[in-house]
Write a protein that binds this ligand. Sequence first.
Ligand code: MG
Length: 135
Amino acid sequence: MMEWADYQFADKTILVVEDIDTSIKFFDAALRKSQAKILWSKTGEEAIEILENHIADIDLVLLDLNLPGVNGFDVLKYLRDIDPELPVIVQTAYLFSGERKTSLSMGANGFISKPVQLVELLNNIAKFLNPELNN
Ligand SMILES: [Mg+2]
């Protein structure tokens, strides 16, 4: 059974890079109870700008791959160039095989497929933001 007490990230900031409104609504609802501070970005360009200016304030990035213009792989490459450590969880609806492998080889720390399940999402985030929790 999931306990919200295990998923309290009140002092943490998560950058959510996602372009689709229904997914944005899902992440907003899913993360609200965690009390994490959320920074939102709908494009890769915007995500890179946020990372450029606020990377020290960000504790985790939830990254969609399929974005208009600069895609998630480009954002991941940029991020790893400036910070090899910041946890990144890739989330994508891509059905092509190889997405997971490519993401992980580019330095992503986790990978979840859409449609994202609430507990799977929270457990993946907790791995990095609440490491005491046994996943
Ligand atoms: Mg997308």
